[in-house]
Design a binder for this molecule. Structure first.
Ligand SMILES: Nc1ncnc2c1ncn2[C@@H]1O[C@H](COP(=O)(O)OP(=O)(O)OP(=O)(O)O)[C@@H](O)[C@H]1O
Ligand SMILES: [Mg+2]
Length: 509
């Protein structure tokens, strides 16, 4: 009765097995289902699938049917028929188990069966040229059974299972890689948005740190206010990453960047058919932020229609997707930010008063940079450090002349403008320090804003010369010859400048 091909009558079973393995995501569920198919369509009395557990060095039962075995049962390598099949990679056919001492009947199928005699067939499961497990099945004994063909059929099922195991291993490995990467990225984010990365020692900033520390552990809604570029988004991140929600998502919605119709579907999501283009379901940002923090940036830009909807969500902590009548509970901590004068907007009637109060439960005000001048040089140093390495520059200092200029500017764009200004200065800077002339023209013409004293060309040049010589002397630790080399000039010229500007090189030793 031997044949090279499975009986064509068995093809529907094989098709069903392959469909099950191909469509079920959970491997155990799929394997259990394969055994059920064998039982229902093929008359097996019991079935078992074991897979190698490489870590434990033994075999674990992944699926079992018809007997008493459960998924916790384990086999040693080489133990019983199943263990032998995995070890040898060859099928074993036992026509009459009553005559086979190796048959352990771990599944107790024989003892419990009403049949007088059972047959047992066990085939290897192979994946990537290696035996990774075994598939065993008990059948009622029958003298006319074509055992070879039976084993061949189970062999085909075994190789399909092997494919599924291989895919499962690949997916698992990829999942693990993604999880590891996710943990690493999350760690990076946590570090990046750590409170310690917010620079500033001014009284005003200390108050901000205190407020963040106070409110971060709670679920209180926070409203961040302050001019553009003062660090509202930075603080929103810090709030999230120093809160108990840190391991859950931080989701941002930029209210100004989206047209009104989109804001709504972005926030709340939609169901298929909610509007003409809505083919599939889409989760809104509220749902995506579940368990975490939702950051509503530029909240002052919300249209009145959305303001009402947002108010409702804040009151009921429930959302409805567009085109749906079911409410979904959302657990979200809300942080909102604006550079608008919301009180004025309330007076003008463009911002709802009730929403304003709901949002402004805990307000944090980020002071403009011009009101905390002591932070300017700290921030400037911070940005030099942040960008110098990235640009491959070995710039360590900001010359006094440049600091003076930075201090006298009024910074309408606040910290963002300072950051851009330092980044640009590093680009054009060729030495080891940033000088006044590396700073953008907007700062040079600060006299327009009345913040710089009028200077003649002669005075400006002299000031610049003094700066350069001072820097060189600092770098050369007061050594005039080395300072001269740094400036591509002679020691005599340096000596002249030292006298002219009343410098004391011994200070830098
Ligand atoms: N205290 C600070 N320490 C370090 N970096 C800061 C600080 N404040 C702001 N920054 C940096 O300045 C830039 C602008 O900050 P952020 O985007 O948070 O400002 P914003 O208040 O949200 O501005 P806008 O209202 O224009 O959106 C960012 O690159 C941020 O990292
Ligand atoms: Mg912002």
């Amino acid at each position: 009765m031997s044949s090279r091909h499975p009986d064509p009558r068995q093809l529907p079973d094989l098709l069903e097995v392959s469909q099950t393995l191909g469509t079920t995501l959970n491997l155990r569920t799929a394997l259990q289902r394969v055994l059920a198919i064998l039982e229902e369509n093929h008359g097996t009395l019991s079935g078992i699938i074991v897979l190698r557990d490489d870590e434990a060095g033994d075999l674990a039962v992944e699926a079992a049917s018809g007997g008493t075995t459960n998924a916790r049962t384990r086999y040693r390598m080489g133990e019983g028929i199943t263990g032998r099949v995995v070890q040898s990679g060859r099928p074993v056919i036992v026509p009459r188990v009553s005559r086979e001492p190796l048959f352990l009947d771990r599944t107790q199928v024989f003892r419990r069966s009403r049949e007088n005699e059972l047959s047992y067939i066990c085939v290897p499961i192979r994946a990537e040229r290696r035996t990774v497990g075994a598939l065993g099945a008990a059948l009622p004994y029958s003298r006319d059974r074509g055992y070879e063909q039976e084993a061949q059929f189970l062999g085909v099922v075994g190789s399909m299972v092997g494919q599924a195991v291989r895919v499962h291993h690949l997916v698992e490995a990829e999942r693990k890689r993604l999880l590891d990467e996710n943990t690493k990225l999350r760690q990076e984010l946590t570090e990046r948005y750590d409170l310690r990365n917010i620079v500033g020692a001014s009284r005003a900033m200390q108050q901000v740190y205190e407020q963040v520390a106070q409110v971060a552990p709670s679920n209180t809604t926070v409203l961040l206010r302050g001019e553009s570029g003062t660090g509202k988004e930075l603080v929103a991140h810090a709030l999230h990453y120093s809160s108990p929600r840190a391991k859950k998502p931080f989701v941002k919605v930029s209210c100004a960047a989206l047209p009104e119709t989109l804001v709504e579907s972005e926030l709340f999501g939609y169901e298929p058919g909610a509007f003409t283009d809505a083919r599939s379901q889409k989760k809104g940002r509220f749902e995506l932020a579940h368990g975490g923090t939702l950051f509503l940036d530029e909240i002052g830009e919300l249209s009145p229609a959305i303001q009402i909807k947002l108010l409702r969500v804040l009151q009921e902590r429930e959302i409805e997707r567009l085109g749906s009548v079911d409410s979904i509970k959302v657990d979200v901590r809300l942080v909102a930010a604006t550079n608008k004068d919301l009180e004025e907007a309330v007076r003008q009637g463009t911002f709802r008063e009730d929403l304003f109060y709901r949002l402004n439960v805990f307000g944090i005000f980020l002071p403009p940079l011009r009101e905390r001048k002591t932070d300017i040089s700290l921030l400037a140093d911070h940005f030099v450090e942040k960008y110098a390495a990235g640009q491959g520059k070995d710039v360590r200092r900001i010359a006094t002349s440049a600091i003076d200029l930075l201090m006298s500017y009024h910074w309408p764009g606040n910290v963002r403008e300072l950051e851009n200004c330092i980044e640009r200065a590093l680009l054009v800077c060729e030495g080891g320090a940033i000088h006044a002339h590396h700073l953008p023209p907007s700062l040079q013409t600060a006299e327009v804003s009345g913040t710089l004293p009028r200077q003649s060309l002669k005075d400006a040049l002299a000031a610049h010369e003094k700066d350069l010589v001072l820097d060189a002397l600092k770098s050369a630790r007061g050594n005039r010859a080395r300072a001269a080399r740094l400036l591509h000039t002679t020691e005599r010229i340096i000596g002249y400048a030292v006298r002219k500007h009343g410098l004391d090189p011994s200070r830098f030793k």
